[in-house]
Design a binder for this molecule. Structure first.
Ligand SMILES: NC(=O)c1ccc[n+]([C@@H]2O[C@H](COP(=O)([O-])OP(=O)(O)OC[C@H]3O[C@@H](n4cnc5c(N)ncnc54)[C@H](OP(=O)(O)O)[C@@H]3O)[C@@H](O)[C@H]2O)c1
Length: 382
């Protein structure tokens, strides 16, 4: 892997040095994401572990939380206060506690901590609340996400000034992860599981368009969804490379997971259009209903990312874990490792994403890159 001499200064609009991925690679990898095989996972003992999972009042996050609790984990469900029509996080707390008790775990702690990823101050509060506990964090599941923009095909910005899908699906996760690294570092074999997507294969890498500067939203903002999933997968790969270079963080394992094509709320498109948009939404939901897997099956990608052997640390590189652990910076489609988009393996692309989120979140100014650094150093184990 050659590293350009000027890797820290390459303009965002400079042509990429990697060849364009072939259409057949993109379509094949993306199609694998629709695999419907029924999967079961072996039970795991998570007693005395602490897991923080976002987007856990609904969908695959909710199912993952229930299973984590049944395996004995203590949980923080990071979720919004939803409208009364949606499942309340309190209900999911009860479901988790019931699952834990049923499995014989009487003293499991499950709490809902309110957070709204459209507000970075709320993400900061969530992080601080965790840091104030002084606890080690065994698993962070970056799972919250939106599938479309409330602006439909128009750019919709948050109060922080970012395009909403960019903020919820990428920036909030970046901020939370970096804030919580010290707590993760306290755990014996910490993991970060990022719910990316097979749609990352359809993303456009162009970092000049993170906040809709160039438009190209796609229908209901779908292009932004795809782009942000691509940037997320690329970012987490660079994060893993940098963690490995740090003595205090090298035992942390970060992976991206695609849950499958799941019949979940992600397909409830935020529509602002007329009858045509409503029909389109109905068709999308019907497709998910008939062809998607259920949320429990979708949750297995998260559970596997958090507990699987292959998705765990590489003992040789990280000094923890079992033989057979592959280490992080990988992409799992459900529970199978697949090659991600080539950008994730390219130092220039990774460094561009790393710099871009720093430009946007001012991570260096906040002291969040003190250990991991901003500039690219060629020493690399990944
Ligand atoms: N379903 C699929 O086929 C599929 C495929 C690939 C990847 N994924 C990814 O899987 C993850 C989970 O999605 P899902 O399928 O389980 O859909 P979902 O049921 O819609 O779950 C999304 C979760 O994210 C939460 N969320 C949305 N906006 C938020 C915000 N501003 N602040 C905090 N939480 C917020 C939602 O909370 P509310 O209930 O309050 O909205 C919900 O709990 C997402 O990252 C999605 O992109 C899904």
């Amino acid at each position: 892997m050659s590293v350009p001499a000027n890797i820290n200064d390459i303009p965002y609009d400079a042509p990429l040095s990697i060849p364009r991925a072939s259409r057949s690679f993109i379509l094949t990898q993306n199609r694998k994401g629709a695999d419907r095989t029924h999967i079961t996972l072996p039970p795991v003992d998570l007693r005395n572990k602490w897991i923080l999972i976002s987007g856990s009042n609904n969908g695959i996050g909710r199912e993952a939380a229930i299973q984590f609790a049944a395996w004995g984990a203590n949980l923080v469900l990071a979720a919004r206060k939803p409208p009364p029509t949606e499942t309340s996080p309190e209900q999911v707390v009860d479901e988790c506690l019931a699952a834990a008790r049923k499995a014989g775990h009487e003293d499991v702690s499950v709490e809902w901590w309110e957070v709204d990823y459209t507000k970075l101050s709320s993400v900061e509060e969530l992080a601080q609340r965790w840091l104030d506990t002084g606890r080690a964090l065994d698993v962070l599941c970056n799972n919250a996400g939106i599938g479309s923009s409330p602006g439909g095909g128009s750019v919709w910005k948050t109060e922080d000034g970012f395009e909403i899908i960019h903020q919820v699906n990428l920036l909030a996760h970046v901020l939370l992860t970096l804030r919580l690294l010290p707590s993760l570092a306290k755990a014996a074999e910490p993991r970060v599981v990022c719910t990316t997507s097979c749609f990352h294969f359809l993303g456009t890498f162009d970092l000049r368009n993170t906040n809709g500067e160039l438009g190209k939203t796609g229908s209901e903002g779908v292009n932004y969804y795809q782009n942000n999933k691509l940037w997320f997968q690329v970012w987490l790969t660079e994060l893993q490379r940098r963690l490995l270079l740090s003595k205090e963080y090298q035992h942390i394992t970060v992976n991206g997971v695609h849950p499958g094509y799941v019949n979940s709320g992600i397909w409830n498109l935020n529509t602002v259009g007329g009858w045509f948009t409503r029909i389109k939404t109905w068709v999308v939901k019907m497709m998910a209903y008939y062809f998607g897997i259920n949320e429990q099956q979708g949750s297995l990608a998260i559970l596997h990312g958090a507990t699987g052997l292959k998705s765990g640390p590489d003992p040789e590189l990280q000094g923890v874990g079992e033989k057979g652990g592959l280490g992080g910076g990988r992409y799992f489609s459900r529970t199978t490792e697949l090659e991600a988009m080539p950008h994730a393996r390219d130092p220039d692309c990774r460094q561009r994403v790393w710099r871009k989120v720093n430009d946007e979140l001012k991570l260096e100014d906040k002291g969040l890159l003190n250990v991991l650094g901003l500039k690219y150093e060629e020493r690399s184990k990944l």
